[in-house]
Design a protein around this ligand. Structure first.
Ligand code: HAM
Length: 435
């Protein structure tokens, strides 16, 4: 039986037309992170399963992780996320380096998911994390970095919003609702999926929990909050207005005015991963056909403690390539990347032409000109269609007449300007290509 040509379920082959788009996205990621002073790092594809068991949460461990015993009987996992790895790496070196530590990476991750729009089994994820930032400034910087990154594609507040919450606030409210830690954990999981399940199912699951008096009403009230002001009122009602003050101050004093328009309080954002302890956020696409998270993250104060290290707080985000591409496509924010990007196509219309032009091609490559050679003689009428396919801005034409004079003809495909040069005069040709 012939083997299937399809890639493994939920993974992608990147043909050059696909890889060109991913390269464009990655290039923007490198640029944005580096413009904020983040340094590139990477980690291994495999980690011990224990690393994720410590604090990533039951959904990831029970349903999503790819794990197996290696030949040495170690229980290992293909990385489903990068945060535990970066925490492990920072735990190793944080005592010796200046703070804050600002790092970024673009790893591929594997999760056993039911493939659907925006969700695959393998995706690449832009991760930026800052460790040891003073006060809440690291959190504010991370949010500004995401906004800067999305704006670099031309996106604005009509296209996306940053939904935020704070787990210290949720903890404060849930302390009034839940009698113990186990119930609080279940409440978190319920909130996390509250937008994805029908109202009746949510109520059923809520009724199965034993809550404090009026806990159910308070929980509903919490879920109905729609703004920072609503939140403040609820916290004042339960006598905890100081918690609201702190969050309100963070939002209004550390995020610049022109970026505040993106921020929206959302009580359902608590995040599925267990290690978050402070601010939590998700960037949502506003397009009605693509209402999903492009990016998620938050602050985690205690992750380094699993390595017996002093508590060095971190905050960061993960932004997926699949969701980013869907977002950009939905809003028409991707440039035309349907063709490769070359400067010059070398063609010849005489026997052995390539032999005469190959030295020139190499001289131009040394000067940084992307030069693609056609390996066979090419009829004049076919030159321009091929140049278009190769995304070349210039072509050479080299027939019997040029050969006799030791010249080559260069044509600018945009301006249609055409000029003959001595083949040996790569300097003049270089100048023509750069005008
Ligand atoms: P996460 O919410 O699990 O967070 O993933 C972050 C983003 O990665 C999602 O918003 C989505 O864009 C993308 N993503 C996740 N899973 C998939 C999938 N199966 N297919 C396609 N895209 C996906 C984390 O992973 C945290 N470790 C992020 C973080 C970094 N927190 C702090 N630092």
């Amino acid at each position: 039986m012939a083997l299937s040509k399809k890639p493994y379920k939920g993974t992608r082959d990147f043909l050059p037309d696909d890889k060109r788009i991913q390269d464009y996205l990655f290039d923007k990621m490198h640029k944005a992170a580096q413009l904020f002073g983040y340094e590139h790092y990477d980690g291994p594809l495999l980690e011990e399963v224990e690393l994720y068991k410590a604090k990533s949460g039951e959904e990831l461990i029970n349903d999503q992780i790819y794990s197996f015993k290696d030949r040495g009987d170690r229980f290992v996992a293909i990385r489903p996320e990068m945060t535990p790895t970066v925490a492990r790496m920072v735990a190793k070196i944080h005592k010796e380096v200046a703070k804050p530590i600002r790092w970024y990476s673009i790893p591929n991750l594997l999760r056993y998911e039911r493939p659907q729009r925006g969700r695959l089994r393998e995706h690449w994820q832009f991760n930026c994390d800052v460790f040891g930032g003073p006060g809440r400034l690291g959190e504010a910087e991370i949010i500004q970095l995401i906004i800067f990154f999305l704006e670099s594609f031309g996106a604005n507040e009509d296209h996306f919003e940053v939904l935020v919450n704070d787990r210290t606030i949720v903890d404060t409210i849930f302390a009034e609702i839940s009698p113990d830690e186990k119930t609080t954990y279940k409440l978190y999981k319920l909130v996390d999926k509250s937008k994805k399940i029908p109202k009746e199912a949510l109520e059923r699951e809520l009724n199965e929990l034993t809550l404090k008096d009026n806990g159910s009403e308070l929980f509903q009230e919490y879920l109905n909050l729609t703004s920072f002001d609503d939140l403040k009122n609820l916290l004042t009602k339960i006598g905890k207005s100081e918690v609201a003050e702190d969050f309100h101050q963070f939002v209004t004093e550390t995020i610049p005015q022109d970026k505040l328009i993106y921020l929206q309080y959302d009580p359902t954002i608590v995040r599925g991963l267990d290690y978050y302890t402070g601010i939590v956020f998700e960037v949502f696409d506003k397009h009605p056909d693509n209402r999903r998270a492009i990016c998620g993250g938050g602050a985690y104060a205690n992750l380094l403690q699993i390595f017996n290290e002093s508590p060095l707080g971190g905050v960061g985000f993960g932004l997926g390539d699949v969701t980013l591409q869907d977002f950009l496509t939905s809003h028409n924010l991707l440039p035309d990347l349907s063709k490769p990007n070359n400067d010059l196509l070398i063609t010849f219309q005489t026997e052995q032409g390539l032999k005469d032009l190959s030295q020139l091609a190499n001289e131009l490559r040394k000067k940084g000109i992307k030069t693609v050679t056609n390996l066979e003689e090419l009829k004049f009428k076919k030159v321009f269609a091929l140049a278009d396919k190769k995304g070349a801005s210039f072509v050479t034409l080299y027939g019997d007449d040029e050969k006799a004079k030791g010249e080559v003809s260069l044509k600018n495909l945009k301006t249609k300007e055409q000029e003959n040069f001595k083949i040996s005069d790569s300097e003049a040709i270089f100048t023509f290509l750069n005008q």
